[in-house]
Design a protein around this ligand. Sequence first.
Ligand SMILES: Nc1ncnc2c1ncn2[C@@H]1O[C@H](COP(=O)(O)OP(=O)(O)OP(=O)(O)O)[C@@H](O)[C@H]1O
Ligand SMILES: [Mg+2]
Length: 355
Amino acid sequence: MSWDETADRLVGAGADGEDQAVEAALRPKDLDEFIGQERVREQLSLVLRAARHRGATADHVLLSGAPGLGKTTLSMIIAAEMGAPIRITSGPAIQHAGDLAAILSSLTEGEVLFLDEIHRMSRPAEEMLYMAMEDFRVDVIVGKGPGATAIPLELPPFTLVGATTRAGLLPPPLRDRFGFTGHMEFYAPHELERVVHRSARLLDVEIEADGAAEIAGRSRGTPRIANRLLRRVRDYAQVKADGVVTREIARQALEVYEVDARGLDRLDRSVLDALLRLFGGGPVGLSTLAVAVGEERETVEEVAEPFLVREGLLARTPRGRVATPAAWEHLGMTPPADRGAGQGPGAAQQGLFGA
Ligand SMILES: Nc1ncnc2c1ncn2[C@@H]1O[C@H](COP(=O)(O)OP(=O)(O)OP(=O)(O)O)[C@@H](O)[C@H]1O
Ligand SMILES: [Mg+2]
């Protein structure tokens, strides 16, 4: 079974095909409509207003944060607020410096260039970008080997908006060339409730306050997931009830879809369940845990664990994975009384996996 973060999981933060189709309709169009991220919103608003005031092109902006938190949305808002057109491309789409030169040289004055997944750009393109960002100039290399010549090309002033889920992977010279960096945080439940209400309005779904709260609480701090859960709950409400999303309908629907009260799905729960039931809460090695749940090591480590760690349900220690008291509580189990007394979890571990 594959747990591709982008395709299979209802609580995956990456965009699937359906998300891409509906997200355009659900995207806030200006800063006032953009919910949450108070600090980034306020700082960005100042940057943009000052640029407008000067009649200048806005500084380059870097947006970093986990998938589904609103980086692409914000980039479009930046263009809208500046009354500028936006050109959209991504790091992986730029294989050669020439690809970037072609894009840069076709920009119009004040245009916003949105470069998604900027950490995945090739090195030569990156170096061309340094000069373009700083001096609005590129050197186009014509020819190969000793006969190659660099033809300097002036660019109109533009605003680069870079987005990355991995700010740490950006080389410092690139990071330093952005005038403003916005770090997107996970959303608080009351902010996600507003996201759900707003999307329900746009999708023409009738929803009660309790229903929105129920969906928000299971959305892992991520608007994209909130919007996706809302659509699944809406389907359920239409088929099984009168279409109105109440708390009870939201609960029933998300039980069917196996998204629990904290937003854990089947994979997350099976990892926790194995950790508690078979290994007495750990510590247990990652490989052993993966075998116990019948998944690849990488799946457990990269797909399930980050959220479990973030939620304070699981800890990665040098001796292995350990469940926290919150994990026992969440699965409604009691930790064994002899925990830490050196007895270990005993039979299950020894019998199943050897010493
Ligand atoms: N602050 C917000 N208010 C309302 N809706 C939001 C907000 N942020 C994101 N959304 C919704 O979540 C969806 C996903 O946001 P977006 O595509 O901007 O995320 P992203 O950070 O670019 O994700 P990725 O890293 O996968 O590219 C959007 O369609 C939008 O409807
Ligand atoms: Mg995006």
